[in-house]
Design a binder for this molecule. Sequence first.
Ligand code: RIB
Ligand code: CA
Length: 326
Amino acid sequence: MDVLRILLDTDTAGDDAIAILMALRAKNAKLEALTINCGNVDFDQEVENALYTIELAGMSGKVPVYPGSRHPLLREWKTVEYIHGKDGMGNSFFPKARQRPERRHAVDAILETVNSNPGEITLVEIAPMTNIALALRKDPTIARKVKEFFFMGGTNQYLGNQTPAAEFNIWVDPEAAKIVLQSGMPTTMVGWEICMRYAVIGESEYREIDAMRTREAEFFVAVNRQVRKYHKKVRGVDATECPDSITMSIVLDRKIALKVFPKYVEVDNQSELSRGATVVDDLNVLGKKPNVNVVYEASSRLFRRALHNLLRGESLSAPAPHPPRR
Ligand code: RIB
Ligand code: CA
């Protein structure tokens, strides 16, 4: 079985942590490194959350964590503790992991990993794209050396979650996203709409997860505790979304992405109103060469099977991935 070699860039809060756990437990993947990007909560807290998740998975010291960009390229932004909790992990305030972060900067770690393993590394982005944009600016040749690039971010003709027009990861650093999407990397996009349509965990499913009585299930419930409270208060629904973990599940098992189409995708960074919007040229009216494989449909059933296997404490297994459709 082909083993996927993953470098994961994250702004570690609750759902990021579940995505990390998925990658650590996957039989068909090796998590080469985690790089940390500014995003959800206080940067140093994101680093601790990543280290703790590695320790929880019993992999302490086996996966290096590289701190990266503490600030977007240009924009000011506000962290979103009100959604994820003060610690980003549902106010669980887990103890500090034994493992400490690496001294090397995330950008240099990305360049070193990709340049030393041309054609081997699957780059996965579940955070704002500052680190990857800076890596591409420092050494543009990595665009043709990565095996594949997947990102959770943006929307495909769907409402944003940070503003009416924009999803958080792209909104935080639209300039970085612009650089990354124009880099020429073989890119697959998992937008916020995929999460909202196929990866929302509701009340009855929480009861199922509660009944599992495993460390992984308790961790899932804990790290999503504040998100659940927030949605109950703001949207009146007892549910939480899994944007990063459905993205990781697609990386690990491409059958979960049921429909994927190459489209031209552009990021708006001109207007304050629509800053960070991802414009997907679905009808190809711009006549520009597609630069992104956009996931249009995913399997809720297969995603839930992957998530529940993880939370029941079973290793994830999936056939070796086939190359992304061009
Ligand atoms: O919009 C959802 C995304 O923004 C997720 O990756 C979440 O962790 C935040 O980074
Ligand atoms: Ca994230």
